[in-house]
Ligand binder design. Structure first.
Ligand code: IMP
Length: 484
């Protein structure tokens, strides 16, 4: 008899597009039913807001599920950890009477983001528009391992087993990068983009030592702890931090994050057996969005919209002031750029922290189909489905979707894999009948109009997956279960 249990008690939730799919809401709700909730990639680059006793808490590195006090929290092997930020989050959450310290375990294999990584990110990676959390350099360190005599990678286990060595490695790396980029650092300081504290070796190392010591107690020395928990029958939910479109291997480099973000990464980062895999849920937004630079073939208004959305002046308040009295006319315009602005205002599609306008585009069924097959998803949740009703008031009156691309004039059924290829690809738009009424008060599938059932069936057929939930509004109850 196998020593393994055959229980499929490990479920994974990923974002299927380029982020901001609204996955957090589902994860928070699902989390209550699990013994463990784990993060398997990324670091403080992810952002996730939860509501707790009427207060809003912002999480970056702590797994969702933090508000369910019986749920234990795991940070996986392929995560990169910023000790100061993680401790800040723990303190913040605990100040709201929510205990974390006794529930959090960090994989011994997770890597530590060092002060030098954050400087490198700020100085050398500006063109990607990263979150400046040192993510790329920290992942690079795990792969490079050594540069001359310097040890580049510090693992969580080192904080527990070899603290002095880890700190002296971090100091050597910091002094090295500080000197190597001295001219650029001075220029940034002169421009007011960096402060003296941000580059002071003593200040940075004092803080790093202090917070690294604090997080050492969360490091799980035994690499098989989570596997044993699964064998005991514990239920585990693994949550992707960044969306599949930002995957470092399959996304359009360099406009991606530095980790693998899909379902396979969840198992690679936890070493849980493949037979433990149960639900593999992908979350997609009915009108997809992208923040910042990078290819987005179905974008309404194409490069004009990309450039416009990068302008920091174009905040929600500015757009409302500028266009507020002609939203319906813009929605009905023949110009997709104008239609996109109207959809953004109607859907409140602005970055949660930056307030930057999100670029919006047509639902790309080619990329969704790929996300389904590459991650072997067995469920799809479609958020912001209610926004599709706005298309009834556009020039075509229908919902635009893409089911194929044109590449050099030839029809292809896949999305090109490079940034240049995606920019050059031309999506072929199809128009499907969509909802014509307001869906926000609907709670059961029997109340959905027949055109919605037809549209969902059509999308399911094209992406080869069942859609099991649709979101019809921002609050938790505004959800329709399509399963039964
Ligand atoms: P990094 O992950 O900070 O290196 O940033 C690389 C790219 O990924 C940038 O375009 C970021 O805006 C994007 N990115 C990183 N994390 C997230 C996320 O959680 N949501 C959406 N975009 C993200």
């Amino acid at each position: 008899m196998s020593i393994h249990s055959s229980r499929s008690n490990v479920d994974v939730v990923i974002g299927m597009q380029d982020g901001d799919e609204g996955k957090g809401r589902f994860v928070d709700e699902l989390a209550a039913g699990y013994d463990w909730v784990g993060r398997y990639n990324g670091g403080a680059n992810a952002g996730h807001t939860i509501s707790w006793q009427g207060k809003t808490l912002k999480l970056h590195q702590l797994p969702s599920g933090v508000q369910h006090e019986k749920t234990k929290l795991f940070i996986g092997a392929h995560c990169v950890i910023n000790p100061e930020k993680l401790m800040g989050e723990i303190r913040e959450v605990e100040s709201h009477d929510l205990k974390v310290s006794n529930r959090l375990r960090i994989s011994p294999y997770a890597s530590v983001i060092q002060p030098s990584h954050i400087i490198l990110d700020k100085i050398t990676m500006r063109d990607i528009g990263t979150t400046k959390n040192g993510i790329g350099p920290a992942y690079a360190a795990t792969r490079l391992r050594k540069e001359g005599h310097r040890d580049l990678d510090i693992r969580a286990a080192h904080l527990e087993e070899d603290f002095e060595w880890a700190m002296s490695a971090a100091r050597a790396n910091l002094i090295h990068e500080r000197e190597r980029w001295n001219d650029e650092i001075r220029e940034e300081m002169r421009k007011g983009n960096m402060t003296a504290d941000e580059v002071s070796v003593e200040k940075l190392m004092n803080d790093f030592i202090r917070y690294s010591k604090e997080i050492a107690r969360f490091v799980e020395a035994d690499p098989e702890m989570l596997i044993r928990e699964w064998r005991k029958g514990k239920r585990i939910l693994l949550e992707g931090a960044q969306a599949f479109g930002l995957d470092v291997t399959s996304g359009p480099t360099p406009n991606v994050t530095s980790s693998n973000t899909g379902v396979h990464a969840a198992f690679a980062s936890t070493y849980l057996p493949l037979e433990s895999s149960g639900r593999r849920i992908g979350v997609a937004k009915a009108i997809p969005s992208r923040v910042g630079h990078g290819p987005f073939p179905t974008e309404f208004g194409g490069s004009q919209s990309e450039e416009y959305c990068e302008n920091k002046r174009h905040t929600e308040a500015w757009e409302r002031e500028q266009y507020g009295d002609r939203i319906e006319a813009m929605l009905a315009s023949d110009d997709p750029f104008e239609m996109g602005i109207a959809l953004r205002i109607l859907g409140g599609e602005y970055g949660a922290t930056t307030n930057r306008p999100r670029r919006l585009g047509a639902l790309d069924l080619v990329r969704l189909r790929h996300a389904v097959s590459a991650n072997d998803l067995n469920e799809v949740f479609l958020t912001k489905f209610d926004m599709l009703s706005d298309f009834a008031r556009t020039a075509t009156g229908q919902v635009p979707v893409t089911n194929s691309y044109l590449r050099n004039g030839r029809k292809i059924q896949y999305a090109p894999t490079t940034s240049a290829g995606l920019y050059a690809a031309e999506p072929e738009l199809h128009y499907l009948d969509g909802p014509t009424t307001n869906l926000s008060t609907i709670r059961s599938k029997d109340q959905l109009p027949s055109e919605v059932h037809r549209l969902i069936g059509d999308i399911e057929q094209r992406i080869n997956a069942k859609i099991s939930k649709i979101g019809v509004g921002p609050s938790r109850e505004q959800m329709v279960n399509l399963k039964d």
